[in-house]
Ligand binder design. Structure first.
Ligand code: SF4
Length: 520
C-alpha cells in the first residue's frame, strides 16, 4: 500500500515530517507494510499536510492531518480508503483540482519529485526526445507558434527572445533561469522547483538545444533552501542518467546546469540585475540596449526566462504548439498557474487557461475571504501591481484585458484584502517597499520613493476636513511624483511602484480623507 505525504515547503511548515514519522511508527506498531512516498504538494494549502493513499479507485485523501490523528486514521482503515472525519474522497475529484487545467503543473503533487522513473512514467522527457530530433530553428518555431509569453511578469513572447539568441553569433551562449521569485503572494516557481524539478531541467535543456547554448544557470533566491537542495539532487540524477551533461541521450548534444543562490534583493528579479549578481557583482540594473539576448551573461548571448516559462516548454514540445495554443484567449495563450494568497479562505495554486475571471478565481476557487468579511481589494502581479476593487473582478485574466483596466497579470500572484484594509497605508507600503528595494541607480526611484512616503504621510496627517486644501495640494504633488517615477525610471521597480499607489488613490479615495467616490 502506497501512502503519500508531501515534502513541499508549505506541507513541511505545517508539520508534514512529524506526520510522516507518526505514520511510519504506527504502521510498524501494527505490523502493516506500507510504501511511503514524499510527493509534492497538490497546491491546496488549507488541506496540508494532505495524506493520500493509493486505492484501486484512485488516490484517496485525508487532511489536514496532524500527528495525533494518525492512530485514528489507522483505526478507520485509511490504508483501504476508510471513512474518517478528515476523509476527502478521491483527490482528483476535489472541485478545486478538478476544475483546473493543469499543463505546466500536470505532475505536481502526483509524482515523487526526485524519481526520474516517476517523471518518465508521467510523460516526462517526451518534449526533449522530440527536440533532440529537431533542428534548432524548428524548436524555436514551435515555441513561437505556441504563443508562450514570459510568465515572470513582462509577458514578452518567448519564441522571439529565443530567435534573437539563436541568430546571435557567438562561441558561447547561456540559458539563465530566473528563480528569484520575490513577488508578494507568489510560490509557483518554488512549487515547480521543489515538486517537479525535472520539468524545469527539461525545459532549460530544450532551450539550450534551441539556441545552441551548452550551459545554464538557475538563479534561486536564498529563501528557498528546499528548492535549492531538490534542484541540486535532480541535476545530479539527470547527469547520471544521461539527460544532462555531455552527449545527451547519445544525440551528440551537450548541456550542463548549475544552481546559483541569490542573496535576497528584490531587484535581482529584474533580468539585468540578476545577470550582474550572477557575475558576482552588486545587483544593479543595466541600461538596455544591449539586450541580454545579444550581450547577456558575461557579455554573451543569453536566454533569460522565468521558471514557469521554461517549465511550460516541455509540454509544448511534447504535445505540439497547436495543443498549447488551444488554451487561453486572444494573445494570451496557454495556461497560467495563479497563486491565491493573503486574506483568502482557500489559498493555493490554481492553473487555468487565460480567460478565467478574477471573480471565478477569488470566489469559486478561493471561497472569498478567510475572515468572512467583504472583499475590498486584490493586488495582482506582486508588490508593483495595482490594487483592484470589486467593480473590476469580472475582468478576464488576459494580458491585454488587464492592461485595459490598468492592471498587470505579472507572475499570477494575488493578494486579497478584506474591508478592514486601510488603502492609504497600503499605498505608503508600496512606496516604502521601493525605498528598501531600489538598486539606487536612478534618481526618480531612489529619491522619489523616499519623497513619496513623506508625501503620503502628510496626506494621512491632513485627513480631517479643515485641512482639505493642504491635502489636495499633497495629492497633486503625489500624482506629479508618480508621473516622474513612471517616465523617468530605468526599470520596472521605479516605473511600476506608482501603479499600486495611484490605484489606491483612484479606487479608494475615501481612505485618503477625500469624500467617497460617486458610484457609477
Ligand atoms: Fe534601480 Fe530603481 Fe532605477 Fe530600477 S528604477 S534601475 S531599481 S533605481
Amino acid at each position: 500500500i502506497t501512502v503519500y505525504v508531501p515534502r513541499d515547503s508549505t506541507a513541511l511548515a505545517l508539520g508534514a515530517n512529524d506526520v510522516t514519522a507518526a505514520i511510519v511508527a504506527e504502521a510498524a506498531r501494527r505490523g502493516q507494510e506500507i510504501t511511503l512516498v514524499r510527493n509534492g504538494s497538490r497546491g491546496m494549502f488549507w488541506l496540508e499536510p494532505l495524506v493520500e493513499v493509493a486505492t484501486a479507485a484512485g488516490r484517496v485523501g485525508y487532511g489536514p492531518v496532524e500527528p495525533d490523528d494518525v492512530a485514528g486514521l489507522f483505526d478507520a482503515d485509511f490504508l483501504a480508503g476508510g471513512q474518517h472525519r478528515l476523509a476527502l474522497g478521491l483527490v482528483d475529484e476535489i472541485p478545486y483540482l478538478k476544475n483546473q487545467e493543469r499543463l505546466t503543473f500536470a505532475r505536481v503533487g502526483i509524482t515523487d519529485p526526485l524519481s526520474l522513473d516517476d517523471y518518465l512514467a508521467h510523460e516526462g522527457y517526451l518534449g526533449l526526445q522530440n527536440a533532440l530530433a529537431m533542428q534548432s530553428a524548428d524548436i524555436v518555431q514551435a515555441v513561437l507558434d505556441s504563443g508562450l509569453r514570459g510568465r515572470g511578469g513582462a509577458a514578452f513572447p518567448t519564441g522571439i527572445k529565443w530567435k534573437t539568441v539563436l541568430g546571435a553569433q557567438a562561441a558561447q551562449k547561456y540559458i539563465v533561469c530566473n528563480a528569484d521569485e520575490g513577488d508578494s503572494g507568489t510560490f509557483s516557481d518554488r512549487m515547480v522547483m521543489e515538486d517537479d524539478p525535472f520539468v524545469l531541467i527539461e525545459g532549460m535543456t530544450i532551450a539550450g538545444l534551441a539556441v545552441n547554448a551548452d550551459y545554464g544557470y538557475i538563479y534561486v533566491r536564498s529563501e528557498y533552501p528546499h528548492a535549492i537542495a531538490v534542484l541540486n539532487e535532480a541535476i545530479a540524477i539527470a547527469n547520471a542518467r544521461g539527460f544532462l551533461g555531455r552527449n545527451i541521450l547519445g544525440f551528440g548534444k551537450d548541456f550542463q546546469l548549475e544552481v546559483r543562490k541569490g542573496a535576497g534583493a528584490y531587484v535581482c528579479g529584474e533580468e539585468t540585475a540578476l545577470l550582474e549578481s550572477l557575475e558576482g557583482k552588486r545587483g544593479v540594473v543595466r541600461a538596455k540596449p544591449p539586450l541580454p539576448a545579444i550581450e547577456g551573461l558575461f557579455g554573451k548571448p543569453t536566454v533569460i526566462n522565468n521558471v514557469i516559462t521554461l517549465a511550460s516548454v516541455p509540454i509544448v514540445l511534447a504535445r505540439g504548439a497547436a495543443f498549447y495554443k488551444n488554451f487561453g484567449q486572444g494573445r494570451s495563450m496557454g495556461t497560467l498557474p495563479m497563486q491565491l494568497a493573503g486574506n483568502i479562505k482557500y489559498g493555493g495554486l490554481v492553473e487555468k487557461a487565460f480567460g478565467v475571471t478574477l471573480r471565478e478565481l477569488l470566489f469559486d476557487f478561493g471561497g472569498g475571504t478567510e475572515s468572512g468579511r467583504a472583499m475590498r481589494a486584490v493586488q495582482v502581479g506582486g508588490p508593483l501591481g495595482p490594487y483592484l476593487p470589486p467593480s473590476l473582478f469580472d475582468t478576464p485574466l488576459d494580458y491585454e484585458a488587464f492592461a485595459a483596466v490598468g492592471g498587470t497579470v505579472g507572475h499570477g500572484g494575488m493578494v486579497v484584502f478584506d474591508d478592514s484594509v486601510d488603502m492609504a497605508q497600503q499605498a505608503r507600503y508600496s512606496m516604502e517597499f521601493c525605498v528598501t528595494e531600489s538598486c539606487g541607480k536612478c534618481t526618480p526611484c531612489r529619491i522619489g520613493s523616499t519623497r513619496g512616503v513623506e508625501v503620503i504621510d502628510k496626506i494621512i496627517a491632513n485627513a480631517n476636513p479643515e485641512n482639505q486644501g493642504q491635502r489636495q495640494q499633497q495629492i497633486h504633488l503625489l500624482r506629479d511624483l508618480c508621473d516622474t517615477m513612471v517616465n523617468g525610471s530605468l526599470c520596472a521597480m521605479g516605473s511600476m511602484t506608482p501603479l499600486p499607489v495611484l490605484s489606491a488613490l483612484n479606487h479608494f479615495p475615501e481612505d485618503f480623507g477625500a469624500p467617497p467616490a460617486i458610484a457609477g
